[in-house]
Design a protein around this ligand. Structure first.
Ligand code: RNT
Ligand code: ZN
Length: 426
């Protein structure tokens, strides 16, 4: 592939050395890169406009999530958002996906309420994805709408409000199936609702019973898993739902096991010292597939830009060590409006890919033998030693091979785009 980005001759040299070093550990770097190229990350459109969408509602409901910051140049239209995402994709090695929310419907200026959405309102997204070779994942939007202003949707005590949201979700599953069929790759349609309470509830049971019933109605119609896969996402707390969240982890774990739908683990939706990495091997014993919302929790925020943290690495290790690439759908979920939004996508996605690469370069069989032998001394020592193996040289080589900038060179391209495109959005 010819690349528009400058190459450094040192990248190849460094890779040759790295290849030998890894070979001494029994690791084949070429195979690792082939496997990495087979992993697609679903890039969330909502990082591009601070979870705004294009409906321009007057609603008070932010769903307990909030992007902070006012970095200039945010996408104001679907065309701008697509243009920005294209810019992000061209700086990320590999072939990836788009994670879209219902609030990004294109209705041609007509007001179409959420329960009336159909594939026609996403035709331009689908055409674009098809032209770019991207798969799409989808999300009904249960916030930023007057019928969510009470902080309750699928668990609302008022049946007419519940019905509205049930119909929205049913419409979204069909849109998901449309994406799956059009693009030839199943769409994961993920349900996250903001329902909860700021202060201590008396009745924790009834809203959960209502949620269960709503979900049963939503998922009542069977859709072909070749086109649409359903997923449910739990949360611990949000802004305005500090004391109680209806869709807790236990709720959805039970639900996903009962119905064999995907469970979505958002890295920012658990207690601060709890990580999602350790949950994967348990959950995948009981459900076929899961979705990850890769994110980074910081104190009360659950949506900082993903970085190459120990947490992220542990998650990648769990996926790779057990051969779960086909069963774990990797989506991103963060939003930062205080920095260049394209840089946020690129930083987060590249971090996820680096974590996967490090895991792919691990001499797992050797470590496993040590463990089987009960040699925990060597297991610990080895785990520490391999941390300083030259994965960066392998990463740089991968970037060059995939026709994207290596090292921090991509930042130059983002700066150019900021100057030529973003700065014009006044
Ligand atoms: C919110 C959930 C949810 C959203 C997106 C926008 O806490 O993480 O996934 O971030 O649907
Ligand atoms: Zn999420």
């Amino acid at each position: 592939m010819s690349s528009p980005f400058p190459k450094s001759p040192n990248v190849e040299k460094a890779y040759e050395c790295a290849r030998e070093i890894y070979a001494a550990y029994g690791v084949d770097t070429d195979t690792a890169l082939e496997r990495l190229a087979g992993v697609s990350i679903s890039l969330h459109c909502w990082q591009g406009d601070d979870v705004g969408g294009f409906e321009h509602t007057e609603s008070a409901s932010g769903g307990g999530i909030q992007a902070t910051g006012n970095y200039p140049g945010k996408a104001r239209t679907a065309d701008e958002l697509r243009q920005d995402m294209e810019q992000a994709y061209r700086l990320i090695p590999g072939k990836h996906r788009l994670n879209l929310h219902a609030m990004y419907a294109e209705t041609g200026g007509k007001k179409v309420d959420r329960d009336a959405l159909g594939p026609e309102h996403f035709a331009r997204w689908a055409d674009w994805a098809k032209a770019k070779g991207l798969g799409i994942d989808f999300n009904p939007t249960f916030f930023a709408h007057p019928k969510a202003d009470d902080g309750l949707t699928l668990s609302h005590p008022d049946k007419s409000i519940r019905d509205f949201w049930v119909n929205h979700a049913i419409a979204c599953r069909k849109i998901g199936a449309f994406f799956g069929q059009t693009l030839g790759t199943p769409c994961v349609t993920n349900i996250w609702i903001p329902d909860g309470m700021k202060d201590t509830p008396i009745d924790r049971w009834a809203p959960r019973a209502r949620l269960r019933e709503s979900l049963d109605r939503i998922l009542g119609e069977k859709l072909d898993p070749k086109f649409n896969l359903d997923s449910v996402e739990s949360k611990l707390f949000g802004i305005g739902s500090e004391s109680y969240v209806v869709g807790s982890h236990e709720f959805y774990l039970g639900y996903a096991v009962e119905k064999n739908v995907l469970l979505c683990l958002d890295a920012g939706h658990f207690h601060p010292t709890e990580t999602i990495a350790d949950k994967i091997s348990s959950i995948l014993l009981f459900v076929d597939e899961i979705l990850l919302h890769v994110s980074r929790g910081i104190r009360w925020d659950s949506d900082h830009v993903v970085i190459l943290s120990d947490d992220l690495r542990a998650t990648a290790e769990e996926i790779i060590r057990h051969g779960f690439v086909q069963r774990v759908h990797i989506g991103l979920d963060f939003f930062d409006a205080s920095i260049n939004r394209i840089a946020a996508w690129v930083t987060g996605t590249r971090a996820m890919l680096k974590a996967l690469l490090i895991a792919l370069l691990e001499p797992t069989d050797r470590l496993r033998s040590l463990e089987t032998e009960g040699n925990y001394t060597a297991r610990l020592a080895m785990l520490e030693e391999i941390k300083s193996l030259p994965f960066g040289a392998v990463w740089d080589y991968y970037c060059v091979k995939q026709g994207v900038p290596h090292g921090a060179a991509w930042l130059e391209d983002v700066r150019r785009y900021e100057r030529d495109v973003l700065a014009m959005r006044k």
